[in-house]
Design a binder for this molecule. Structure first.
Ligand SMILES: [Zn+2]
Length: 138
């Protein structure tokens, strides 16, 4: 599944969330950028964002955030079985491809602290804009 940054579709109007932190018990000081990316398959209804986290411009972590309920994803993926447990898609989790150059717990804590209705609404809007752009004929 290919993920593309929302900024590539939306252009200059797209704002990457940036925060500067200091004296965190878990994370090094500096500037953190959260670059939201979305699945480029217009047929796919995954309703999530994969977020690349840059610390001083270096990719340090990748996390997934799914804004729908756990029940939505369970239904969408056809449910989990004992042999084949479903990956956690509801809420925030560290992606298996994350380089984890900084504390994963620290990144999840920072992300969850920043997460608010405004940001969630932005994810949803970007998701729809990317899907709409991908379904337009070239
Ligand atoms: Zn998808």
């Amino acid at each position: 599944m290919e993920f593309i940054p929302a900024g590539e579709i939306i252009g200059a109007a797209h704002q990457v969330r940036t925060v500067s932190i200091k004296y965190s018990p878990l994370l090094p000081d500096g500037e953190y950028k959260f670059v939201d990316t979305y699945c480029a398959d217009p047929e796919c209804d995954c309703r999530k964002t994969m977020i690349e986290v840059l610390h001083n411009r270096k990719l340090v972590s990748i996390l997934n955030y799914g804004w729908e309920s756990a029940a939505f994803y369970e239904n969408w993926m056809g449910g989990s079985t004992e042999d084949d447990p479903m990956p956690k898609m509801h809420g925030a989790s560290i992606d298996i491809t994350s380089p984890n150059l900084v504390s994963a717990d620290g990144i999840l804590e920072l992300f969850n602290a920043l997460l608010d209705d405004v940001w969630i609404a932005k994810f949803k809007r970007h998701y729809h804009e990317v899907k709409a752009a991908m379904s337009r004929p070239c």
